[in-house]
Design a protein around this ligand. Structure first.
Ligand code: C2E
Ligand code: CA
Ligand code: CA
Ligand code: CA
Length: 279
């Protein structure tokens, strides 16, 4: 048993080392992903909770690796943050998504809100506002259609420029959404200190609707609190009818999740808008 344990330990060590080497290889490959045209932006609709009309969309980045296929952002965004590549990738996502939203507005005459995720690294940049206003000028997108999603895992204290940047984004006319609400260590502090227009209830709570009465109570209370503070609420990870009915009954404003649609590449999203428009 002893030697087996030892053996297991070695196997574990080898595989960690391999994983580290793979990450290193991916990091250096990621350096060229933008230039090589391997990054894609997918769009997931956000619907009005009552009418179920599409009222917005979230831009979600993907990396199409030539050998490994699609790599999700949950895996490569942390690598991009470690290497600082997130600054240029984030700017690329913002520009690509704003250009796309502007094109769809012209093509379909729909004023859809565009949600773009900002990493903590971007939010600490002293030139964030110049980048965002540059992209808005260049693409012609209305600033009030752009909603920056800020994840709650960023520590307000440890992030210089965070509050100044968010206030500046609002002065430009952009909206701010607190992403993954309820999962950070200081959700209420966030709500109190950050100039946010909306909160996005994290999918870990939504998933437990119909399963865990405590999580249901948290969802209900979060919606009520947001409304008392004059903030809008979006629920993410809406997967089944039961989630939909609960969120409607508790006056959530907007919904996002697989029940309505997965994140789609632009041609498929366009098809969806076209079909909706003809209804
Ligand atoms: P997020 O901002 O919380 O985005 C929502 C994630 O939930 C997306 O995963 C989306 O595909 C997924 N999702 C949507 N509906 C459902 C559902 O009904 N059920 C389940 N189980 N999942 C659903 P994705 O695209 O893999 O992105 C993961 C995370 O990566 C995002 O979480 C966000 O934190 C980050 N991310 C994505 N794009 C960007 C980006 O351009 N910049 C930065 N900084 N982060 C990004
Ligand atoms: Ca998000
Ligand atoms: Ca989220
Ligand atoms: Ca998340």
């Amino acid at each position: 048993a002893k030697s087996l344990g030892r053996n297991n330990f070695q196997i574990y060590e080898v595989s960690t080392e391999q994983a580290q080497q793979q990450n290193l290889a991916l990091k250096s490959r990621l350096r060229h992903a933008e230039h090589n045209g391997e990054l894609r932006v997918f769009y997931q609709p956000q619907v009005d909770a009552i009418s179920e009309d599409i009222v917005g969309m979230e831009a979600l980045v993907r990396w199409e690796h030539p050998e490994l296929g699609f790599i999700g952002p949950g895996f490569f965004i942390p690598l991009a943050e470690e290497t600082g590549l997130i600054v240029s990738i984030g700017e690329w996502v913002l520009r690509t998504a704003c250009r796309q939203a502007q094109a769809w507005e012209q093509q379909f005459g729909l004023r859809l809100r565009l949600g773009v995720n900002l990493s903590a690294v971007q939010l600490m940049q002293s030139n964030l506002l110049e980048i965002v206003s540059g992209v808005l000028d260049e693409t012609g997108l209305d600033a009030n259609l752009l909603e920056m999603e800020v994840t709650e895992s960023i520590s307000i204290k440890a992030a210089p420029n965070l509050i100044e940047n968010l206030q500046g984004l609002r002065r430009l006319g952009c909206r701010i959404a607190i992403d993954d609400f309820g999962t950070g260590a200081a959700s209420l502090d966030y709500l109190r200190k950050l100039p946010a227009d909306r909160i996005k209830i994290d999918q870990s709570f939504v998933r437990n609707i119909g399963v865990d009465p405590d999580d249901e109570a948290i969802v209900r209370t979060t919606i009520e609190m947001a409304h008392r503070l004059k903030r809008g609420v979006v629920a993410e990870g809406v997967e089944i009818e039961q989630h939909l009915r609960f969120l409607q009954a508790n006056h959530c404003d907007e919904l996002q999740g697989y029940l309505f649609c997965r994140p789609l590449p632009p041609p498929s999203f366009e098809k969806l808008l076209f079909e909706r428009q003809r209804l």
